[in-house]
Design a protein around this ligand. Structure first.
Ligand SMILES: Cc1ncc(COP(=O)(O)O)c(C=O)c1O
Length: 457
């Protein structure tokens, strides 16, 4: 729909920034510092990304002012004409990007998206089967630290000796415990996932299947990872990692959208709608929904396919560069954006590696490795990802330079204890400067092509 308004938003946003700087220099100073930090460090936290400024602008829009409980066309408040258009756009773009039959774009996080799905098919005390946290599963897949492991009886499958998902174990556990929900999808696993195998396990025990593609959603859209949408009953993702969108969650259903749900009355689509609102949430954040719409249009462009390809090329180059330096890379490589490295084999704890690398502008996160002997606050590994590096349009050769710098830091750490270390200030300053130069050479870029060609189906 065309509007003939003269654009006021550019001035609105510029004025807002000017006022923030003038009236609250303390807060503005911190925001500026964060902007410069991001520009001058290499963010390789696998669960991070770099959202395009045009999507960030959506987050700052006055759409935030509208309280809009309910769904497009069925709100509990007036004043939702444009809000409805935005939400419908986001829904259509999500369905189009993933080939889904149903999408709910309101969840505030992927965590709440997962919880919605759990509470849609499970009652408290009933059984779910997810991947162990230590093997690469997420907290929301049945960990005792999360509601998923406290409200439900959760069992976990793990990895085989060669560090691949142990489908046979998942099948055996499913047969033994008859879960009503099986969760697949991972947070620290670098290989492809066999959705069809999980669906056949779920069907055998009459369980629902939830595929959480938070980490690989962009690769799925680009066709670089198989799409679970018609294998799983529910597919969830966050929108702020590989979809380069606004921060939030997304729930989708493929061919099973009109299957009757557990109460024998409502369809799965209807069950999810009711569980998002009013069961879990009130009014959604419509600015985030606008930002999601923007990112979901971007990932549907042919240009995004090249970004996704670069994400994988870079992580494979990163994994190879680590192995060339003698590090043990979990699973011996990667098919996605994630590289998990055993640093304890070099005598350094994961937490010390994380902190020392951050001191030098190389931002990664500590991560447990399969059969880790160290607790989550220490760990034996680090996890890296390439979503942010691809947006800097780095090349595989740059990954060798990254690993050279990482190696220089890790081999210079004097580990005092699992949680304390010493690092020579001169070395820190030198590496930090090399990273800064690399960041200047490869600045954070924007979407590689204007996302104006996109037309809603
Ligand atoms: C597989 C998986 N699911 C869910 C989440 C939670 O995402 P959010 O921070 O949006 O709640 C994460 C976070 O990284 C994740 O890796």
């Amino acid at each position: 729909m065309q509007h003939d308004y003269r654009p006021h938003l550019p001035r609105f946003l510029a004025n807002a920034i000017d006022r923030l700087a003038a009236e609250d220099p303390e807060l503005f100073g911190i925001l500026e510092a964060e902007y410069h930090r991001q520009a001058n460090v290499l963010t390789m936290v696998a669960s991070s990304s770099i959202t395009d400024p045009s999507a960030l602008a959506c987050e700052a829009m006055p759409t935030m002012n509208v309280t809009a409980e309910g769904y497009p066309g069925a709100r509990f408040h007036a004043g939702c004409r444009y809000i409805d258009q935005i939400e419908n756009l986001a829904i259509e773009r999500a369905k189009r990007a993933f080939g889904a039959r149903f999408a709910n774009v309101q969840p505030m996080t992927a965590t709440s998206a997962n919880e919605v799905c759990m509470f849609s098919v499970l009652n408290a005390g009933e059984t779910l089967l997810g991947m162990d946290l230590d093997s690469g599963g997420h907290l929301t897949h049945g960990s005792k630290a999360s509601i998923s492991g406290q409200v439900f009886k959760a069992y976990g499958y793990g990895l085989t000796k060669d560090e691949r998902i142990d489908y046979d174990q998942a099948e055996a556990l499913a047969r033994e415990h008859r879960p009503k929900l099986i969760i697949c999808g991972t947070t620290a696993y670098s290989r492809q996932i066999d959705w069809a195998r999980f669906r056949s396990i779920a069907d055998e025990v009459d369980a629902y299947l939830l595929a959480d593609i938070t980490h690989i959603a962009g690769l799925v859209v680009a066709g670089l990872h198989p799409n679970p949408i018609d294998h799983a009953h529910f597919t969830t993702t966050c929108t702020h990692k590989q979809l380069y969108s606004g921060r939030g969650g997304l729930i989708m259903i493929g061919k099973d959208f009109d299957q009757v749900g557990p109460d024998g009355k409502r369809t799965l689509e209807q069950v999810i709608q009711k569980k998002v609102f009013p069961f879990f949430q009130g009014a959604p954040n419509q600015s985030s929904i606008a930002a999601k719409a923007r990112g979901l249009a971007y990932v549907a462009t042919p240009e995004f396919n090249a970004v996704a390809r670069r994400v994988v090329d870079l992580s494979q180059a990163l994994a190879q560069a680590f192995m060339d330096k003698g590090y043990r890379v979990i699973t011996g490589g990667t098919d996605n954006h994630i590289v998990v490295v055993d640093v304890m084999s070099k005598g350094i704890s994961g937490v010390n590696a994380e902190k020392a690398l951050e001191d030098c502008g190389l931002v990664v996160n500590k991560n447990r490795i399969p059969y880790d002997q160290k607790p989550p606050s220490i760990t034996s590994g680090i996890r890296l990802g390439t979503n942010g590096l691809a947006i800097r349009r780095m090349e595989p050769a740059d990954m060798v330079e990254c690993v050279d710098l990482i190696h220089e830091v890790l081999t210079s750490i004097e580990q005092v204890s699992d949680k304390t270390y010493k690092l020579a200030p001169q070395l820190q300053a030198r590496v930090e400067e090399s990273v800064r130069q690399m960041c200047q050479r490869r600045p954070i870029s924007t979407y590689p092509a204007p996302v104006t060609a996109y037309k809603a189906a």
